[in-house]
Design a protein around this ligand. Sequence first.
Ligand SMILES: CC(C)(COP(=O)(O)OP(=O)(O)OC[C@H]1O[C@@H](n2cnc3c(N)ncnc32)[C@H](O)[C@@H]1OP(=O)(O)O)[C@@H](O)C(=O)NCCC(=O)NCCS
Length: 180
Amino acid sequence: MDIIRAEERHLAAIQQIYAWHVTNGSASFETAPPDIEEMRARLAKIRSAGLPWFVLLEAGVVKGYCYLAAYRTRYAYRYTLEDSIYVDRDFRHRGAGSALLAKAVEWAERHGYRQLIAVVGNSENAASLGVHKKAGFSISGTLQNVGFKHGRWLDIVIMQRTLGEGAQTLPHREPGRQSA
Ligand SMILES: CC(C)(COP(=O)(O)OP(=O)(O)OC[C@H]1O[C@@H](n2cnc3c(N)ncnc32)[C@H](O)[C@@H]1OP(=O)(O)O)[C@@H](O)C(=O)NCCC(=O)NCCS
């Protein structure tokens, strides 16, 4: 498995992976799968924010992806990111999610971010809860019944992981710059 930065040529696979999870799962609270143009716009937005979108390749084929986005856009949140990970339904349970998340954590720490948030769709999402727990996240709280999809009410579980020195020190620099 290789993990590299997402490029335009990966968009079709990214769109297909996400579309399946939107249509069949409750991790995403989107209900209509976005098309490739929309995914292209999302990739461009992440890139223009200076943030990473990684793809995991197996034998050259995209099997999963993970990107980091601002948790919130207001300036005081600038040391806090949110991750999103999606793995091809037929490639789950092979370590791809863990590998992608480890790559994202490593990138975020190296670039001076201090907190990483996961907004986990659905409190029964054992895979997402598990992959984040294994990566050092803990549960901050549950927002109950805030979503309605596939005919049922859905919770959101907020998970959080400290990056680097966390709150033990004040920031040394603006986030986004690579450490020396
Ligand atoms: C969540 C997701 C990204 C995990 O990816 P994955 O490649 O299957 O996960 P991994 O194989 O790396 O598993 C890592 C750990 O997560 C946990 N885990 C994974 N799947 C699990 C499951 N179905 N039940 C319980 N724990 C699970 C385990 O602790 C596992 O470690 P182990 O194999 O040593 O036991 C993947 O299932 C997925 O795309 N789900 C749908 C979308 C989603 O929920 N994304 C997260 C949005 S916040």
